[in-house]
Design a protein around this ligand. Structure first.
Ligand code: PLP
Length: 446
C-alpha cells in the first residue's frame, strides 16, 4: 500500500488570495437545512458516522470544526477505555495473575493494531509515548544526543509545529549544531528545489511535517526522503495531521522516524506513537529510565529491556493505548481512503463558498489535491479571535491564533488566522454554516 498523498503541482489559489469584489457580488450561501443531497452528495458516505459520537446527542447544535486541534471521540473508544477501568484494570507486563495478563494482552494488542495501521514491519518498531510532542522529543533527545556532533546540520521547514522545532533547538544548543529551514512559496508549498542546496555532508536529519496544521498543505515526502537518504541523513516525519486523515505506509515512505498523537484520530488524550526502524531503535540508548525499560539493575549499572519496551519507562498509559487501538479499528473499518475523499470534498465545498466572499483571505494552496481538510482564513478588519467568538455564538467551534506555527505566521506576515478543520463527522451542512457565519461576521463589522 502506498501513501495516497502525492504532491502535484497546484493549479489554483494563492496564499493571501482574496475574492475579488466583482466575483463576490451576489454571493449567496445556501440556507442550512438537511437535504437529500446531504445524504447522497459530497462524500457524505461518512456523515452518518455522527451517530457514533455521543457528543452530538449531548449537543445536537454543535458544528465542530477544530479537529486539527483534537478530534471528537466515538462511543467505541469511550467504551474501550471504560471497559479497561471497569472490567480488567491492572498493571501490564508484571502480574502473574489473569487480570494483569488480560490488561497486557489488550495493551500489546493495541500495539499490533498500530503496527498494521501504519504498515510497520514489526511491533517492535511501535513505541507508545504521551503524544507526537513526546515522540519527537524522544528522537531529538535520545537519537540526537547520541549521534549529533558539533557542526552537524538539522533541516526543518517553516511549516513546522513548535513541537517539531523546539526539541531540535534544544538539542542543537547542547550539541552545537546548525538548524536550517526549508522555505515555502506564497501558497505555502515547500520549495523543494531548494533542498539540494540545503543538504550537505553535515546534514544528519530532516524533520518535517507531512501535513501542515496551520494551512493543511500536504508535503511530498517520498522524494524528500530519497534525497536525504542519498546523502546518509535520517528523516523524521511529523504525521500528527496526516495519520488521522489518509492512508499512510511507513515502509513505502521509508522514513526513519514517524510521530503522531492518538487524540487527533478519535483516540484518547495522553497517548501517541513513535515509529522508528528496528535497527535504529536497537542501536539507540533509552530516553527515560525506570520501570519497564529495565532488564537488570545492580548498584553501579543497569541493562535494558528489549525494544520497544526499552523506550517505555514507568507504568505506561494503558487505558489510553487500548483506547487508541479501538480508535484505529474504528477508522480502519470506515477506510482511510474514504475519510480522505470525504474531507477533500468538504474542503472543495468550503473553498468554493469562501472564495466568493469579498474581504476573505484564504491561506494555503487552496487546492484539495495537495491540501488536507484544514482551511485557514482571515476577514478584512476583523481579528481572528473575534471571528472565533462570533462563530461560537452559533455553536461553531473553530480555532483562532498562530496554531503553534509562529514561523509560518512570520513567513506570511500575519499574527494569526482563523482555522476550520474537518473530519469524518463533518457534513456539507457544517461547511455551509461556516460560510454563513463568515457572512455574519462581515455584517457585524461592516
Ligand atoms: N505536530 C503537529 C503538526 C501538530 O498539529 C501537533 C498538534 O497540534 C503536534 C505536532 C503536537 O501534538 P501533541 O500536542 O498531541 O503532542
Amino acid at each position: 500500500m502506498a501513501t495516497l498523498i502525492q504532491n502535484r503541482s497546484a493549479s489554483s489559489g494563492l496564499v493571501g488570495s482574496r475574492a475579488s469584489a466583482t466575483k463576490g457580488r451576489g454571493v449567496s450561501v445556501r440556507p442550512v437545512q438537511r437535504t437529500a443531497s446531504d445524504r447522497t452528495r459530497g462524500g457524505n458516505v461518512v456523515s452518518p458516522r455522527r451517530k457514533d459520537f455521543p457528543i452530538f446527542q449531548e449537543r445536537p447544535e454543535l458544528v465542530y470544526l477544530d479537529s486539527a486541534a483534537t478530534s471528537l471521540k466515538p462511543k467505541c473508544v469511550i467504551d474501550a477505555v471504560a471497559d479497561y477501568y471497569g472490567k480488567y484494570s491492572a498493571n501490564v507486563h508484571r502480574g502473574i495473575y489473569r487480570l494483569s495478563e488480560e490488561a497486557t494482552a489488550a495493551y500489546e494488542g493495541a500495539r499490533k493494531t498500530i503496527q498494521q495501521f501504519i504498515g510497520a514491519k514489526s511491533e517492535k518498531e511501535i513505541i507508545f509515548t504521551r503524544g507526537a510532542t513526546e515522540a519527537i522529543n524522544l528522537v531529538a533527545q535520545g537519537w540526537g544526543s547520541q549521534y549529533l556532533k558539533s557542526g552537524d546540520e538539522i533541516i526543518l521547514t517553516v511549516l513546522e509545529h513548535h513541537s517539531n522545532i523546539v526539541p531540535w533547538q534544544m538539542v542543537a544548543k547542547k550539541k552545537n549544531c546548525v538548524i536550517k529551514y526549508l522555505d515555502v512559496d506564497d501558497r505555502g508549498v515547500l520549495k523543494t528545489d531548494q533542498l539540494s542546496k540545503l543538504l550537505t555532508r553535515r546534514t544528519k536529519i530532516i524533520a518535517l511535517t507531512h501535513v501542515s496544521n496551520g494551512i493543511g498543505v500536504i508535503n511530498p515526502l517520498k522524494p524528500i526522503i530519497q534525497k536525504a537518504h542519498a546523502i546518509g541523513a535520517k528523516v523524521l516525519v511529523d504525521a500528527a495531521q496526516s495519520t488521522p486523515h489518509s492512508p499512510l505506509d511507513v515502509q513505502y515512505l521509508d522514513c526513519d522516524f514517524l510521530a503522531f498523537s492518538g487524540h487527533k484520530m478519535c483516540g484518547p488524550t495522553g497517548i501517541g506513537v513513535l515509529y522508528a526502524k528496528e535497527k535504529i531503535l536497537q542501536e539507540m540508548e533509552p530516553f527515560l529510565g525506570g520501570g519497564d525499560m529495565i532488564l537488570e539493575v545492580t548498584k553501579t549499572n543497569s541493562t535494558w529491556n528489549e525494544i520497544p519496551w526499552k523506550f517505555e519507562a514507568g507504568t505506561p498509559p494503558i487505558a489510553e493505548a487500548i483506547g487508541l487501538g479501538a480508535a484505529l479499528v474504528y477508522l480502519r473499518e470506515i477506510g482511510m481512503s474514504t475519510i480522505r475523499t470525504h474531507e477533500k470534498k468538504l474542503l472543495a465545498h468550503a473553498l468554493e463558498l469562501l472564495q466568493k466572499i469579498p474581504g476573505v483571505t484564504l491561506y494555503g494552496p487552496c487546492d484539495p489535491e495537495i491540501q488536507a481538510g484544514v482551511l485557514s482564513f482571515g476577514i478584512d478588519g476583523v481579528h481572528p479571535h473575534d471571528i472565533a467568538s462570533i462563530f461560537d455564538e452559533d455553536n461553531i467551534a473553530i480555532r483562532a491564533g498562530h496554531h503553534c506555527n509562529m514561523l509560518l505566521m512570520e513567513r506570511f506576515g500575519i499574527p494569526a488566522t482563523a482555522r476550520a478543520s474537518f473530519y469524518l463527522y463533518n457534513t456539507e451542512t457544517d461547511v455551509e454554516k461556516l460560510a454563513q457565519a463568515v457572512l455574519k461576521v462581515k455584517k457585524i463589522f461592516s
